[in-house]
Design a protein around this ligand. Structure first.
Ligand code: FEO
Length: 385
């Protein structure tokens, strides 16, 4: 694979991971990439690296441009090992390099690799001269680890944003030349599954970014934003402020179809009121895909029958994931059929409470709901949304 020059003297040297399908529990149907960038200047600088098992590919790609021992700086925007796993191997070839990272980054590196590298800690407002170019740093803690920062090159108007604005998308393209709806859907999925819990911090990042003159946003995953910068900033603004659309996600599992019947009764109410809806049986839909739809949804409705005093494991897994992602400003409905104990609803309520989802109502039905019961549920939901 050849390197790509993204601006004069600045190269994309990262790797595409075409066949990864599970990224710590997140389904990556389109693969991903681990982007790294090489800046050729009086001080030669590498920005971020790749996963450990792609170390040699990264080294080979850098070597197409320059001998590794000529590199002066490694800027590490983020310690997570999808961006730093190759660093121990790369640093063996960089006897003269200084690693520039945040204070938390230096601490985390010691806990990861116990390295003997030369570090220079940077903070917001710091900058270094590479010769013709400058790099300045903005700390972006919790987007998505405490160590995160972004790096801006004012002469080239490029923001190296690391996880922010990324997409899990492998491509032979480097820039956002693919259909925008495809790229944006992956950016949305990435935001929902990785960034959503830190939306309040993203607001701060957006404020910092909006004060910069940017012609390229070069993230650490997926395509570089060049043609659609206003669109991605607009979407991030919407997601960071937890703005919702007239949408509902109905996620459920069902043993013998009773809970599914209730799900349809609830769906009928939303449909009649003009809501866009997603109807997701948890046996057939992955939680990371459902969460993507939850990002912009006003309502999340979750259903399960009672199984051994609990919701079904598929539903419990979804609720655990939802709770961890701190979905904000959502309203919800719980529902499900039960046999001799309505423990399903009680258990699911606890998840909603901890998630901060406003419970609009709950519908438990003993064994099989008849036509009248289903009609009553539709009417009740209709009256509350
Ligand atoms: Fe792509 Fe938080 O690492």
């Amino acid at each position: 694979m050849k390197t790509r020059e993204i601006a004069k003297g600045i190269y994309s040297v990262g790797v595409a991971d075409w066949n990864v399908r599970n990224f710590h529990g997140y389904l990556t149907q389109k693969g991903t990439s681990y982007n790294a960038y090489l800046i050729m200047d009086e001080k030669i600088t590498l920005i971020d690296t790749v996963k450990a098992h792609f170390s040699q590919e990264l080294i080979d790609r850098i070597s197409q441009i320059v001998s590794l021992d000529k590199i002066d700086y490694v800027v590490s925007n983020h310690v997570e090992m999808d961006h730093s796993g190759a660093l121990p191997e790369v640093m063996k070839h960089l006897p003269n390099a200084t690693v520039l990272t945040s204070q938390a980054g230096e601490r985390e590196y010691k806990l990861h690799f116990n390295p003997d590298w030369k570090f220079q800690v940077v903070k917001t407002g710091d900058s270094i001269s590479l010769g013709k170019r400058t790099l300045s740093f903005v700390m972006t803690p919790m987007v998505h680890w405490p160590d995160n920062m972004v790096t801006y090159c004012p002469e080239e108007k490029i923001l190296f944003s690391n996880d922010a604005f990324g997409q899990h998308l492998a491509s032979s393209n480097v820039f956002d030349d693919e259909p925008l709806d495809v790229i944006m859907e992956e950016a949305k999925k990435y935001y929902a599954n990785i960034i959503m819990p830190y939306s309040s911090q993203v607001v701060g990042v957006l404020e910092a970014v909006q004060s910069l003159d940017i012609q390229m946003i070069a993230p650490s995953h997926g395509l570089i934003w060049k043609n659609n910068i206003p669109a991605i900033l607009e979407h991030y603004t919407k997601w960071a402020h937890c703005r919702t659309d007239k949408k509902v996600v109905i996620a459920f599992d069902s043993m013998y179809g009773s809970t599914e019947k209730i799900a349809y009764a609830i769906r009928n109410a939303f449909e009649a009121k003009g809501y866009e809806y997603k109807f997701c049986d948890l046996k057939s839909n992955h939680i990371s895909d459902i969460i993507t739809d939850c990002l912009e949804a006003e309502y999340i409705c979750v259903g399960s029958p009672t199984l051994n005093k609990n919701p079904m494991p598929t539903v419990a897994a979804f609720l655990t994931y939802l709770q961890g992602l701190s979905t904000k400003t959502k309203k919800g409905i719980l529902f499900g059929s039960y046999g001799w104990a309505a423990q399903n609803i009680k258990a699911m309520e606890r998840y909603f409470e901890e998630s901060g989802i406003e419970l609009v109502d709950k519908y438990g039905v003993n064994f099989i709901p008849d036509k009248q019961a289903l009609q009553a549920i539709t009417e009740s939901v209709s009256g509350k949304i």
